[in-house]
Design a protein around this ligand. Structure first.
Ligand code: MTE
Ligand code: HPA
Ligand code: MOS
Length: 762
């Protein structure tokens, strides 16, 4: 059985030897290739009053400059609303492309782009959430979730009110956005795209060219990371490449440089949260009033479902007897913020963790005690009316992790350390995470697959999910091999193409394996039962007497190898291919009433982190992290471990290092790796223990497994809370807080605030 085995990532060897190909690597296959480069606006907000391309056309090697006059269809790549003109008359963020040069070389295109003459009338810009609120600049109307009796807020003996500013995050996938488009032998459009959503990329290309979808094929071989940044934001580049290929009748490559990618593409949404929470004297949360504002940037993109997910997750793992939560997406003159691992969930969860931490200190209780007291219990429902299935796993994980991480003993040791160290303090924290699995828009939760078996018994699997390093293809290969009883190396997972499986959903919401894996298993099961019939016929026994085993069948004392069985089936004129389909059952959600069951299940986990803070500089070290995550029955334990470690570290980056700064002109001041601090090897905890909950079969999912792509990111909140714990140890301040990210600089100033007169340095 391949499922459940620790197999290496199917491309591991190619990844580490540099032989794995990405979209940009395929350029060498197109000898006639043109390069595209944008003409970027030098304003965050301006009207374009004139464009003169003539000087650029004089540049040697230039073939054409694309403007709106070249668009045969609709010149817009907006995915939700059609609100992203490819050639805008009104510039909406700094460096927004207004025209694209096509040239024989990248250098020629770059030189010519500087020679396109554009006249602008600058306009005032909105560059912060507060400014957007003040100027009533929003992309959505308020979204609302409410439950319980809010009069409990005023009746609560303990009130925690405040505001939390949460920073965004650059995806910094190693492979920047890339697309190659060309006309195929029949004159139809073909596209290689680094996209999480080939079907949507196909739809947008078709829209821009005025073609029907069956004239556009989009393929994604693999991505060098995506993290949500290519869920919708790959579309514009594919559209430009396709438009260029359409116009020039030659293949066109669009590949953003790192600087361009950072300047032009959306990021995780910055949030501003305003909250009022009421607690009982023993630390039970009684009521919560919450206003969330996100910085959506210039266009809608996925900001609305992201805000919904933030609202769905403002409970994290805690029962909220009364809540009124309202979310609103601000429109600013910045890049259009987009999906990023967690999809708004992390921001919602950060707020409730902040509130519980502040309440614990106010009440003089240990934060883990307050957290535990508010846990969901079996039978509870969420503030949107979903029963919290599996809530007992929360307590199970919590207690086991406290045990295996030596939580209590280390807390005492840390108290001892802090009592004897004036300028270094250690902090320890445990935080839980509950993350809802399913696309919140119910219709996305479907998947298709086409499985082909050849007469020699070798297998090709086509399915709708894309590979971005997360190991989807590995799990798909394992699922197909196990369903058909063949060794892994008999199964090839083909690159994702819209002409193999149509109408796919984005590979997102951590549901890639749940959805596509189940569709593949469905197709395999159909072929398998046909093969059993064939074997029964050949052996003259009842199909129920056929044992489908490893690499073949046993029937009436005869054993037939898989490839022989396939040949027999072919001779019997039995088809050796099938399409499979899956749709997640039982889910529904009504936005108007704010009630339903948006998630098929919840993924649970918890983490304990310990840090040491230097009071002179605010610099910190992550000494140790212990994680216990519920992955159900893991399909691929090594892959799941990689996802857990990687997701956690990416969360640590978001919460403690990575800071996006836009200057007064709306320029991204942190627009490169030299100014944007990413986590690296040195940020990995000195000791890092990752375990999966055992005996955790999840009912109703593929192989009893659970999603893993996003949930571990939110375990990094344990690091923020450990930092709070350490900072608090510098003084006896009751309210210890800092905006997110908790950069060394912010930690330093928090230490300064906490060091009361009594504790201040001379
Ligand atoms: N892991 C790697 N290596 N690279 C990625 O881009 N994206 C994450 C996660 N893990 C990502 C990753 C995000 S945002 C999601 S939603 C899931 O993978 C998507 O894949 P899955 O549904 O197959 O888990
Ligand atoms: N999660 C991730 N991506 C999405 C979702 C979601 O809930 N909805 C649409 N795209
Ligand atoms: Mo992931 S943010 O759902 O692509």
């Amino acid at each position: 059985m391949s499922v459940g085995r620790s197999v290496p990532h199917e491309s591991a060897h190619e990844h580490v030897t540099g032989r794995a190909l990405y979209t940009d690597d395929l350029a060498s296959r197109f000898p006639n290739l043109l390069h595209a480069w944008p003409v970027c606006a030098p304003h965050a907000h301006a009207l374009v009053t004139a464009i003169d391309i003539a000087p650029a056309l004089e540049e040697p090697g230039v073939v054409h400059v694309l403007t709106k006059d070249d668009v045969p269809g609709e010149g817009d790549s907006g995915s939700t609303r059609h609100d992203e003109p490819l050639f805008p008359g009104e510039v909406m963020f700094h460096r927004q492309p207004v025209a694209w040069v096509l040239a024989e070389t990248l250098q020629a295109a770059q030189r010519a782009a500087r020679r396109v003459k554009v006249d602008y009338t600058p306009l005032p810009s909105i560059l912060s959430i507060q400014q957007a609120i003040d100027e009533n600049s929003f992309l959505t109307s308020p979204l609302r979730l409410a439950d319980g009796d809010m009069s409990a807020l005023d009746e609560s003996p303990v009130r925690i009110d405040g505001e939390l500013t949460i920073g965004g995050q650059e995806h910094f996938y190693l492979e920047t956005q890339a697309s190659i488009a060309w006309l195929d032998e029949t004159g139809a459009m073909s596209v290689h795209s680094s996209t999480q959503h080939p079907t949507e990329t196909q739809e947008i290309v078709a829209r821009v060219l005025g073609l029907s979808a069956n004239h556009v094929t989009v393929e994604c071989l693999r991505m060098g990371g995506a993290f949500g940044g290519k869920e919708v934001q790959a579309n514009a580049w594919a559209a430009i490449a396709a438009l260029g290929a359409w116009k020039a009748r030659r293949p066109v490559l669009v590949r953003l440089t790192r600087q361009l990618d950072m300047a032009l593409t959306g990021k995780r949404h910055p949030f501003l949260a305003r909250y009022s929470a009421g607690f009982s004297n023993d630390g039970h949360l009684q009521a919560l009033r919450l206003a969330l504002f996100s910085d959506g940037g210039w266009s809608l993109d996925l900001s609305e479902p992201i805000m919904w997910r933030a609202l769905f997750h403002c409970d994290n793992a805690y029962h909220l007897p009364a809540i009124e939560a309202v979310g609103r997406v601000c429109r600013t003159h910045k890049t259009s913020q987009t999906a990023f691992r967690g999809f708004g969930g992390p921001q919602g969860m950060l707020v409730i963790e902040e509130i519980l931490a502040l309440a614990a200190r106010r009440l003089g209780l240990a934060p883990d005690v307050v957290r535990e007291r508010n846990f969901y219990c079996p039978g509870h429902t969420t503030h949107y009316g979903q029963k919290v299935d599996g809530a007992e796993r929360l307590g199970l994980i919590w207690n086991r992790l406290k045990d295996t991480s030596d939580f209590e003993k280390r807390r005492q040791a840390i108290a001892g350390f802090n009592a004897t160290h004036l300028h270094e303090k250690r902090g320890l924290a445990i935080t839980p995470a509950k993350f809802g699995i399913s696309f919140t828009a119910t219709f996305f939760n479907q998947a298709g697959a086409v499985v082909l078996i050849y007469r020699d018994g070798s297998v090709q699997v086509n399915q709708g999910g894309t590979e971005m390093g997360q190991g989807l293809y590995t799990k798909i290969q394992q699922i197909a091999a196990s369903s058909l009883g063949v060794p892994l190396d008999r199964v090839r997972v083909m690159s994702t193409r819209t002409d193999k499986v149509p109408n796919t959903s984005a590979t997102a919401a951590s549901a890639g394996t749940d959805l596509n894996g189940a569709a593949v298993a469905d197709a395999c099961a159909q072929i398998r039962s046909r093969l059993i019939e064939v074997a029964a016929g050949a052996c003259g026994c009842d199909p129920s007497a056929v044992v489908f085993g490893e690499n073949g069948v046993l029937a009436a004392g005869m054993s037939v190898a898989f490839h022989e069985l396939c040949e027999m089936a072919y001779k019997c004129r039995v088809p050796l291919f099938a399409h499979g389909f899956y749709k997640t059952p039982e889910i529904h959600f009504d936005q108007a009433s704010g009630r339903g069951r948006p998630f098929y299940y919840y993924a649970y986990g918890a983490a304990v982190s310990e840090v040491e803070v230097d009071g002179f500089t605010g610099a910190y070290r992550l000494l140790r992290t212990d994680i216990l995550q519920d992955v159900g029955d893991s399909i691929s334990p090594v892959v799941d471990r990689g996802q857990t470690e990687g997701g956690f570290i990416q969360g640590v980056g978001w919460l403690t290092l990575e800071e996006l700064i836009w200057d007064d002109e709306g320029r991204l001041a942190t627009g490169g790796a030299s100014t944007y601090k990413l986590p690296s090897w040195s940020e990995v905890p000195d000791r890092f223990e990752v375990e999966f909950l055992s005996g955790a079969t999840q009912p109703g999912t593929i192989g009893g497994s659970k999603a893993i792509g996003e949930p571990p990111l939110m375990l990094a909140i344990s690091v923020r809370e450990a930092l709070r714990d350490a900072v608090a140890a510098f003084g006896d301040e009751e309210r210890v807080t800092f905006d997110s990210p908790a950069t060394p600089e912010r930690v330093f100033f928090a230490v300064q605030r906490v060091r009361s007169e009594r504790h201040a340095l001379p």
